[in-house]
Design a protein around this ligand. Structure first.
Ligand code: BES
Ligand code: ZN
Ligand code: ZN
Length: 512
């Protein structure tokens, strides 16, 4: 993976293949140089703005221009990236910096070493928040999935190998820590992207569990894997039912991270359908293409735990990944089968494509049994999420309004797009079954909320009160079917990892 460091060198004199600087949108439609570009502008005999104007630049976010400096600066190339209108005088919001750094670094694929001079204040200082934003954007922009590609074909360019964020001298300790944290979190995000991008023929539940086992031993997490026999014996009817149509049997992974100073325990739960064909309620061809991403929630749980362990956050975290392949066959569950979820509640499976909620039900009951202080799940759960919020915005539902607000706030701070959504109580009735305790599908309008209403039934109590629980529907955001933008590549995005880590951080800091 790409390496990153801080340096207190001048942008015009650093030895690199390219230097990235920013430009804002001025009130008259002309670009205005952002702090951090001074030395480059001076080296170019103050011609940078005029050059940008002649290239058609306006300074809007999303613009990126490459300029050859022909010996005027040590680096042969300067990349000027648009930052739009500043929020305060020459200051830019973290997401603007993340996207700009991501876009610029993506445009430099093939380069070895790239220096970034973005996010500084006019006096040359930089806040830890801005350092994190620039580092995150750059590291997340330096990604490509190469495992199945012959590198020599198609003019393929590998991502930037080495990044240097330029900051004031002396380099603050807190800025160093911010970069170290960013590297840990972004490596976790990029690994989730790899897992999501992996063809489902190479990532069955067993391989996924083996991967989690290897990661756990690498960073010192406790791990327990239940195989199909243990799942049957334990009464995990949701995971077993969904997995029974596949020749690749299901698994339940439990990861645990403990810190001696922790006072709270969070349970993270992630939907891990390694491929969702829909089962006997088979999906049409087009949406099925997308369904290798249906383990994005589970991957986010595993890698967020890895990051939390590496960051040594003073909080206890337990991670649950119910893993199954949803396939049609002679042994597959049928629409109208009744299954028994862990703990005994029965579900009439009216649609085998609403399988995520079945595996999550087992995991939520099992996670609740350990009486955590909070439960958060992430799942590529419904197509209705895309209808309601579009491809880039996850829905956040919860059994507690304050907790939902805190989760959305954590997501926003972490740079993930999440929006609060309700669980209207009247929807529960539509899930009534004529033969079992509950059906797995209900009212079709508001399908994301109906799914949340189903999950809510499986969240346990602690001291007589429901355990605060939030559900992130990341169906669209986990996988970018469109072109790359900002720091987001095509394909797996790593959705929910940054939010999970931020939440653990917030709990550790006593904010939750
Ligand atoms: N994995 C899908 C949801 C999904 C759709 C994820 C699009 C990513 C992109 C889920 O298992 C599913 O098929 N849900 C059904 C539920 C329905 C049958 C109630 C859906 O959303 O159509
Ligand atoms: Zn499905
Ligand atoms: Zn699914």
């Amino acid at each position: 993976m790409t390496v990153i460091a801080l340096a207190a060198e001048s942008a015009d004199q650093i030895k690199a293949d390219a230097v990235i600087v920013g430009v804002a949108a001025g009130p008259d439609g002309r670009p205005v140089l952002a702090p951090g570009s001074d030395s480059i502008n001076t080296a170019l005999r103050r011609r940078l703005v005029a050059t940008l104007v002649s290239l058609g630049a306006t300074g809007q976010a999303g613009e990126c221009h490459r300029i050859a400096t022909l010996g005027a600066t040590t680096a042969p190339v300067v990349v000027v990236v648009g930052l739009g209108t500043p929020v305060r005088r020459q200051q830019f919001a973290p997401e603007v910096l993340r996207r700009a750094a991501g876009l610029a670094v993506r445009s430099l694929a093939g380069a070895g070493k790239v220096a970034i001079s973005l996010g500084t204040a006019p006096d040359g200082t930089i806040t830890d928040e801005s350092v994190t934003a620039v580092a995150d954007g750059a590291l997340l922009g330096a990604y490509s999935y190469r495992r199945y590609r012959n590198a020599t074909l198609h003019g393929y360019l590998p991502p930037v190998r080495s990044l240097v964020v330029l900051v004031a001298d002396p380099i603050q300790r807190s800025a160093k820590q911010a970069v170290a944290r960013s590297k840990i979190v972004c490596d976790a995000v990029c690994t989730v992207r790899d897992l999501v991008n992996t063809p489902p023929s190479d990532l069955h539940p067993r391989e996924f569990a083996d991967f989690a086992t290897a990661e756990a031993s690498r960073v010192g997490l406790a791990i327990e894997v239940l195989d199909e026999k243990a799942l049957k014996k334990g009464g995990y009817g949701g995971i077993v039912g969904v997995g029974q149509g596949s020749v690749n049997p299901p698994r339940l992974v439990r990861l645990a991270y403990r810190h001696p100073k922790a006072t709270k325990t969070i349970a993270l739960v992630g939907k891990g359908i390694t491929f969702d064909s829909g089962g006997l309620s088979l999906k049409p061809a087009a949406p099925m293409e997308w369904m290798k991403s249906d383990m994005g929630g589970a991957a986010a749980v595993v890698m967020a735990m890895v990051a939390i362990a590496q960051l040594k956050l003073p909080v206890n975290v337990t991670g649950w990944a119910p893993l199954a392949e949803n396939m049609p066959s002679g042994s597959a569950q049928r629409p109208s089968d009744v299954i028994s979820i862990y703990g005994g509640k029965t579900v009439e499976v009216l649609n085998t494509d609403a399988e995520g909620r079945l595996v999550l039900a087992d995991a939520l009951v099992r996670a609740s049994e350990e009486l955590p202080d909070l439960i958060v799940d992430a799942a590529t759960l419904t197509g209705a999420q895309l209808v309601a919020l579009g491809t880039r915005m996850s829905g956040v539902m919860a059994n507690d309004d304050d907790f939902r607000t805190a989760v959305v706030a954590a997501a926003t701070r972490a740079g993930e797009h999440m929006w609060p959504m309700p669980i209207p109580p009247e929807l529960r009735k539509s899930l009534d079954s004529s033969v079992a305790d509950i059906a797995n599908i209900g009212e079709s309008f508001g399908g994301m909320l109906v799914a949340a209403s189903f999950l809510c039934e499986f969240v346990g109590k602690r001291d007589g009160e429901p355990i605060p629980w939030a559900h992130l529907d990341i169906a669209g955001p986990a996988f970018n079917q469109g072109d790359a933008y900002g720091y987001t590549p095509k394909g797996g995005t790593g959705a929910a990892v940054r939010t999970f880590v931020q939440l653990a951080d917030d709990v550790a800091a006593g904010l939750l």
